[in-house]
Design a protein. Sequence first.
Length: 291
Amino acid sequence: SVSRASPNLTFVPACLPPDPVEVEELQRFVSNSKRLFVMTGAGISTESGIPDYRSEGVGLYARTDRRPVQHAEFVRSASARQRYWARNFVGWPQFSCHQPNKAHLVLRDWEKLGKLHWLVTQNVDALHTKAGSQRMTELHGCTHRVFCLACGDQMLRSELQEHFEALNPTWKAEAFGVAPDGDVFLTDEQVRNFQVPACRKCGGILKPDVTFFGDTVSQEKVAFVHQRLAESDSMLVAGSSMQVYSGYRFALAAREKKLPIAVLNIGPTRLDHFASLKLNSRCGELLPLIV
């Protein structure tokens, strides 16, 4: 089910309502596109109540001194994995219940109409999947899947939650705030006695099927996305400052191909100096106005 409730603006930076002239410009951009390539970032999910990292005043970096887990630390350190999974275990029930907002639904509808050629999301929240998008690549993976670093065995994150509960029947922790990737803030004392299961097949290390900071997206996935971009005639970036190179590289490729690029994001982005169109509005407020 998709939530029809009012957007949750707790983690959305303040911005003015869409300017009618900008609405017209984006309408023209979309109407002129026959095979639109769309890339989304955390700013499309903030209206579903999921915080991002970089938004001015409300992002994780602005509110706390916390930083996301690094790939090398997760692989190397059992205590880092224990801390990650304890926080993720507490945050999962709430995070997994987040629902798509109007922006996700609009992009799904554009796909059904044959307007959207391919969607690439940098998000790991599964909201585009929940909305019904199918012509889509999850560039950084998805927190709803887990795999073993040793043998590659996969399981659903919801299934792993049952293993956590069985291993930690009396463990309880009160969370201090929500982080962007589905975890929460816990103290070292709270984490100390949390038990983490190993792979059911080989006893290896379990990791969410996401690209952590410091890791890289597979060459196969990058090549696949470049191919979808090569088939497209324009690019729309929605809800991303494009600070992470794994996504930014596709905007550079679009510029090289001389594709028109529209950017819809509250605040500055790395694309502002070469985008054909820059709009400073909420995705869930502006995209539904485009027909």
